[in-house]
Design a protein around this ligand. Structure first.
Ligand SMILES: Nc1nc2c(c(=O)[nH]1)N[C@H]1C(S)=C(S)[C@@H](COP(=O)(O)OP(=O)(O)OC[C@H]3O[C@@H](n4cnc5c(N)ncnc54)[C@H](O)[C@@H]3O)O[C@H]1N2
Ligand code: MOO
Length: 397
């Protein structure tokens, strides 16, 4: 087993142990947030026929400024055009509606005058003006989206426009959360003396769902034996344990991976907070042992668990790491690579980031607003207002 790896090495070790989950078929309503398991191509042209881009009149090639045309029909919403435009004929058309065959352009109603069924145009038009071409949005056969694309609300609108009813997506990773601390009680319970309400369980559950995973259980070592927990883990693709990471042999978490029949992958990584975080594998399931303190628990989730959950869904495991200017300071210096919880805001001057106040591994406070991790290199000096730092923007933040 490897000990105290650099962050990237621990991430690569985890990712080298997994491949995307199998696919399943879901309805369009269930699709946003899921990840395509196959490329999707346009089954036909969109628009499927030439359309008017404006409310106005379809005019033939000979229609010119000042020359009168006879308006023989007005097409309403959903009306089919039927026969082509005859010589000297114009037809009333609506935005997005059919235009009759033989239409050279559409004149908008503000540029036209109709009196006693005779249209006079107030403007010169070029051929094709104000006509949406058939297939201009998507020609038949064009790529709509590739395998491994997260389905956005916008993509689901495109899929709806083509009438896709069933969509092949990667299965959502099933995540089990296991509290190893004997003092930890479910948050719904009134804690007895000595007990602590579980806040990391709900934190990890919410983060898991935001990354696209599903939470199959939150277990408590207080009420279950390791053997029972080991059996329950079989229903999960990923297991996140909480607590018992810090003091080696003395901690309940130290031998957890072996005791449930798993193989350790690494013990500790070169990241603060949460340098005691470790990982193992059990029949292809990743087990991540996160810190009991809330801030390193969250940081460990974003740096290790989220890339695993994204890779299991066929997504790029990593998020954008971008420069930002610090809007406040942080006094600590030195030590291993450090991640701080930050609040980042894009502005016309680029990204700016604030270190969230009350930031200490055991404090919950900075969890409220964070939307990024501030990545300070090993041995960094104290952070000063105006310093440029690298930040990792978190999903949907
Ligand atoms: N002798 C040493 N002690 C500690 C060290 C060390 O190196 N040597 N490291 C400290 C650092 S740094 C951290 S971070 C913590 C890591 O703690 P553990 O991961 O071992 O977690 P626990 O000791 O089980 O719990 C820590 C703290 O968090 C509370 N906790 C645990 N689970 C939950 C939960 N689900 N919801 C809310 N709070 C939870 C627990 O009650 C403790 O207060 O270790 C330091 N100690
Ligand atoms: O892991 Mo502890 O600070 O490193 O919170």
């Amino acid at each position: 087993m490897k000990s105290c790896l650099p962050l990237e090495d621990s991430q690569e070790l985890l990712l080298s142990s997994i491949k995307p989950l199998l696919s399943e078929t879901i309805t369009l309503e269930e699709a946003p947030g899921r990840v395509l398991a196959a490329d999707i191509f346009a089954p036909h042209d969109l628009p499927p026929y030439p359309q008017a881009a404006l409310d106005g009149f379809a005019i033939p090639r000979e229609g010119k400024r000042g020359s009168p045309l006879s308006v023989k029909r007005i097409l309403g919403a959903g009306d089919l055009p039927g026969h082509p435009l005859g010589p000297g004929e114009a037809a009333g058309v609506l935005t997005g509606g059919h235009i009759p065959p033989g239409t050279a352009a559409v004149v908008r109603q503000e540029d036209a005058m109709v009196k006693d069924g005779i249209l006079t145009i107030d403007k010169d038009l070029t051929v094709g003006e104000n006509i949406r071409d058939q297939g201009e949005d998507f020609p038949a056969g064009a790529v709509i989206a590739r395998r491994g694309t997260r389905i956005t609300p916008g993509l689901s609108a495109v899929l709806a426009a083509f009438g896709f009813q069933e969509i092949s997506v990667f299965r959502r990773p099933r995540v089990a959360i296991v509290n190893l601390g004997k003092e930890i009680a479910p948050h719904q319970a009134t804690p007895l003396p000595g007990q602590v309400r579980d806040s990391n369980g709900p934190l990890l559950a919410a983060l898991t769902r935001r990354t696209g995973g599903q939470v199959v259980a939150i277990h408590y070592a207080r009420t279950k034996t390791e053997k029972q927990i080991g059996e329950l883990l079989m229903e999960a693709d990923v297991v996140l344990t909480i607590g018992g990471t810090a003091s080696g042999n003395n901690d309940p978490g130290h031998h957890f991976i072996e005791r449930v029949g798993g193989r350790p992958l690494f013990a500790g990584y070169q990241v603060k907070p949460g340098s005691h975080t470790s990982a193992g594998i059990l029949d292809g399931r990743i087990i991540l042992m996160l810190s009991g303190n809330p801030v390193p628990c969250a940081v460990g989730y974003h740096l290790l668990a989220a890339p695993v959950l994204r890779a299991l869904q066929g997504l790029n495991p990593y998020l954008h790491r971008i420069p930002a200017v610090a809007t406040n300071s942080f006094p600590k210096r030195g030590g291993p690579r450090r991640f701080l919880l930050g609040y980042a805001l894009g502005s016309h001057q680029g990204w700016r980031v604030a270190v969230l106040p009350f930031q200490k591994p055991s404090n919950l406070h900075s969890l409220i607003d964070y939307n990024c991790l501030i990545d300070l290199p090993a041995g960094h000096p104290p952070l000063q207002l105006g310093d440029e730092v690298k930040i990792i923007l978190l999903e949907n933040a």
